[in-house]
Design a protein around this ligand. Structure first.
Ligand code: MTE
Ligand code: MO
Length: 468
């Protein structure tokens, strides 16, 4: 707007009480909320932010940050915060410029932001809506200066630097539908068995999207990668999100995955048909179908061909699984294998654990998801209503044939089954999936328990009370 006054942080700071008026800043705007505080009992909480930015405050109390509240706030807008002071605020709080998120997400950690959708909505659609896709951030969401951004690709002594537009113009676009799952999905169950270290994810640190981008292989060949050159064994990725020591999030995948046409590894710029949202890696992200979420590096800014795995903490000292008897003292991270391809898993989404279900004919409907890594399809899901004594085969719901440019099954199967239950008592509902290599899930968590709580893929068990 033409008459949009610009204020400095110092101007705002002079308005921190009722006499001088209560001003706050949120993102790039300045608000005089004196009237709001007077007319909203309970609104005094916002006084904690009086005379300064309320961004961080709102991240702490994310439940208040609804679209309705944002709309109310807009009525009190008086101008803009000076650009210099916007930057200064970002310096003070690395999390001051996080994107907006739906309050319905179940938050596991606010800073960095980690959240998953509710289980009852996860399997409502084959493609997970972007706003409901779980978010797993190790660091603050980085800011991007798209005009000056170039992706750096290093192969031996050669270097390519590509803008997002050049990437879109130079290489053939492809769309790949894949499920991405965090290695910590279902960790909550493992920690209930015995304490583990890590965020307590439920069963929703998983989602499925159609990603559009260009093949990593095409870019690497363009950069001079020689398929017969065995010096390069790994392709490393670095993100643009940085910790206080300025080192960025990173990871790597083996050469055979990166360079195989059928591997479908892409550098994506779209998620479900729109620019990738900030939380999910805007503007570029590598998609490694069938591999652990951790290698799908977001905010991608560098690709490096190397003889070694990424030296990143998350490749060398995290995302590895040890035996149930290994302790933090005895864990040998150098010897252990990095998690790459994912094992077979499934989970029940409805009914919810501990819920009461009505049934007048002794039958209830059970729904869920099943997925396996490495492009292995789900060939069967078995469901039991008596703790695993008898089984019923579920109906599988798969992607539309020809929906994307891949020949593989990188995406999950949704499933549903009608099972016979016993009214008037607790019924233990169980599911287990089998993939196209006839891999099946372990029956119990105990034998796969590990100190970091990774790869919890035992049979999923819930208990429901059936009323008639
Ligand atoms: N990439 C960067 N740059 N920084 C990160 O913190 N988290 C990784 C991966 N890529 C991460 C990243 C992990 S552990 C997972 S599970 C997925 O991104 C999560 O992707 P999502 O947030 O889009 O669901
Ligand atoms: Mo993850």
């Amino acid at each position: 707007a033409k008459s949009d006054p610009v204020y400095s942080s110092a101007d705002v700071a002079q308005h921190a009480d009722k006499q001088s008026g209560i001003w706050v800043t949120y993102q790039d705007s300045v608000y005089d909320i004196t009237g709001f505080v007077e007319s909203h009992p309970g609104g005094e909480k916002i006084l904690m932010g009086a005379g300064g930015p309320i961004d961080a405050f709102w991240n702490m109390y994310a439940v208040h940050k609804t679209p309705e509240v944002l709309q109310i706030l807009e009525q009190y807008r008086i101008g803009k915060l000076s650009r210099r002071d916007q930057k200064a605020i970002n310096l003070n709080d690395p999390f001051a410029n996080e994107p907006f998120r739906l309050p319905v997400l179940r938050i596991n950690s606010q800073k960095p932001f980690n959240a998953e959708p509710p289980l009852e909505v996860l399997t409502d659609s084959f493609i997970t809506p972007n706003e409901l896709f779980y978010v797993r951030n190790h660091l603050p969401v980085p800011d991007f200066d798209l005009e000056n951004f170039k992706l750096e690709v290093l192969v031996g002594g050669r270097k390519l630097a590509l803008s997002v537009d050049e990437i879109k113009k130079k290489y053939k676009p492809v769309t790949i539908t894949t499920t991405i799952q965090c290695a910590g999905n279902r960790r909550q169950e493992m920690s209930q068995y015995q304490n583990v270290k890590g965020l307590t994810w439920g069963a929703c640190a998983i989602g499925t999207a159609r990603w559009t981008g260009v093949r990593l292989r095409d870019i690497l060949l363009d950069a001079g990668f020689d398929l017969n050159d065995n010096r390069f064994k790994h392709i490393q990725f670095n993100g643009n999100d940085k910790d206080i020591t300025k080192s960025s999030y990173g990871g790597s995948i083996p050469k055979h995955k990166a360079m195989s046409i059928d591997g479908d590894v892409i550098i994506a710029y779209k998620m479900n048909g729109v620019d990738i949202p900030r939380d999910h890696g805007y503007p570029l992200r590598v998609i490694v179908p069938g591999y652990v979420g951790a290698r799908n590096v977001k905010w991608l800014h560098q690709v490096v061909a190397s003889d070694e795995e990424s030296s990143s903490h998350w490749q060398r000292n995290d995302y590895k699984v040890f035996s149930p008897s290994t302790t933090f003292e005895t864990a040998d991270y150098k010897k252990a294998q990095s998690i790459q391809e994912m094992p077979v898993i499934s989970a029940i989404s409805t009914p919810a654990e501990g819920s009461k279900v009505e049934s007048d004919d002794g039958v209830i409907e059970v729904k869920g998801y099943a997925w396996s890594g490495g492009g292995r399809d789900i060939i069967r899901v078995d469901v039991s209503a008596d703790g695993g004594k008898t089984w019923k085969e579920a109906n599988l719901v798969k992607d539309k044939p020809g929906a994307d440019d891949s020949t593989h099954s990188w995406a999950w199967s949704l499933w549903n089954a009608e099972v016979e239950v016993t009214p008037g008592k607790k019924n233990e509902i169980v599911c287990k999936a089998i993939d196209s290599a006839y891999n099946c899930q372990p029956e119990f968590i105990g034998p796969i328990w590990n100190l970091r709580g990774f790869l919890t893929n035992a049979w999923h068990r819930i208990s429901v009370e059936v009323e008639d």
